[in-house]
Design a protein. Sequence first.
Length: 762
Amino acid sequence: MKFTDGFWQLRDGVTPVYAQEAYDVCAGDGEVTITAPGKVIERRGDTLNRPTLTITLSSPLPDVIGVRVDHWQGVRDERGFALASEEGHVAVSADEASATLRAGSLAATVTRGAPWSLAFTADEHGEQRVLTSSGHKSLGYMTVEGEGAFVHEQLALGVGELVYGLGERFGPLVKNGQTVDIWNADGGTSSEQAYKNIPFYLTNRGYGVFVNHPGHVSYEVGSESVERVQFSVAGESLEYFVIYGPTPAQILERYTALTGRPAAVPAWSYGLWLSTSFTTSYDEATVTSFIDGMAERDLPLSVFHFDCFWMREFNWCDFEWDPRTFPDPDGMLARLHDKDLRVCVWINPYIGQRSPLFAEAAAAGYLVKLPNGDVWQWDLWQAGMGLVDFTNPDATRWYQDKLRALVAQGVDCFKTDFGERIPTGVEYFDGSSPERMHNLYTQLYNEAVFEVLTESRGEGDAVLFARSATAGGQTMPVHWGGDNTSSYESMAETLRGGLSLALSGFGFWSHDIGGFEGTPDPGVFKRWTAFGLLSSHSRLHGSDSVRVPWAFDEEAVDVTRVFTKLKLRLMPYLFAAGREAHVSGLPVMRPMQLEFAGDPAVDYLDRQYLLGSDVLVAPVFSPADVTFYLPSGTWTRLPLDLGSLVEGGATVETVAGGRWLHETHGFDSLPLYVREGAVLPIGARDDRPDYDYRDGLTLAVFAGPDGTRTVSVTTPDGAVAEHAVTRSGSTLTASGPDGFDFTLLDVATGRTAASSGGRAEL
């Protein structure tokens, strides 16, 4: 929200109270409390009839400092995000001039007296570097006529400082100059709205900022005061955390330590998912024809997804298979499992009035209500639908029991659609603020579903396909990008959304291959298939037309085969990247800014990414041509036929980085490069994602400097094999656990050596 009219004036109806000075500073045990009046106190009378702000500095974790700003502290506590904390890492010091709270390498220093000054600094190489600060007219309590009270903070932006994150946003990756509202909405990928709004950003100056408010947070990123990032919330208080890096990877690691790390996802989920699509007509015979058609064309398939119409129209959700099209669901699910497939079904948190469950839920008080006691209903999406109240533990258990019945029937995972269209003029069972619950609702919804899958399948084998999220949603992967259109432009905006989400703490991400709305032309479908199968998770899905490759042309079948098999051979590498996301919070699909911080050429780059730490992917957003950037170093083009590569028969091309390249590609290729010195663990199978990666493993060593690199190979059942690979001049050696043979490959020369006793040498 903008409060000012240019630099000098306020908007009509705005009455500000700015923190004018640190009048009183109390340095306590593990925190600093500051009284900041709205006027510089010059005499005793100035303390009368004067609003003040109370600012409290504290720290939940090392290198994370929290700032809480209160106008009135008597308001009730509201439901918020679940945050981690620990003790014993905070140091507080004070003197006549200032007070400092230090947590690890990060410090917050408030200067006593006027003008108001709060600076965040980091200890780097024995010197204090200023990261950002809150200065004159930065911290304010703003009353807006007809709209109520707001608390805002403005943190300084340095020259050349760029802001990233704030959730899955489909516009420019760099947020400078934008107004961003953290408010979940079902707006598609071609709008300024977002399904996954995260009140967290990071900058290229070594820090991030998380606003601990699950409701509406309004950001002005250099768009009100161009020298500052402003964030504001309605009400009497605001809390935010400054998170020190200094690298983007370290910022994400500490942010996810605070808000939660992504769960580990099962290996089978990395394979290709095929959907019925949304409004197409289908029954078991149709489904079987799709699955058999994939097998006949040698297109490995891992998951089949039933979209909305597995349930009867107007009954969403009643969690019952439509008997007209699926008269034998138990038998059908067993037959799909016999084909070695996992099964996903679509659900949402709404109960249509025609569903038999509506009356049951309404009578039990399980649906969100209006202030007059009526059940909240509307006709958008499903006629007369109500909304399950997940703040009611009994309602949550009731909803979960419906899912448990499906899991017992043979359903392996759920697509948790919607969760954004959440009303505010309602009352919740536990009295939660409806404004805060608008965004937080999706967390409770997905937690309820994820808990069912975890209890039935065990940790590490539970996976969602979720659309909406808020901070902390990364703990329940996977998320997909929502409703895009079937065009090259939408393909590019979809990637921007995924990169923005990755910079917001989410480790796994997917999207509708080919686009959701409309039917892509064959060229778009083939380009999107390559992109989709080089994402962490891959799903063929559409709206009113099917996405089986042969519906487009025979080349689409070939393209799907090439990239599916490529992904499956890369599973030892991809699964390790997924485990790293679980352990450290680093995403599988990594924005260039994350891995190459400090290279100004990547600052605004949003058309390519790293898959894991070593493989650069540049999707082709056109029929043929692509321009992309290779950072400095030596890069090797990765052949798409990994079978030929591991046999030492592929001719590889090395390219010097630090420059832009323009290439022309057929539909069966795209720019795919490997970083210098990388060691890619390549699997022996290309028919499934969940196999023993140690069996027939190849360690492919790419051109690079001398040194040792450790490669961890984790199998789907959790067994870990560590391999140390050393280059010394023209000699390569590798060691691993005895009893598990592997092949060592020098990619540059094509030479190979089989291991003996856990050791190989070239």
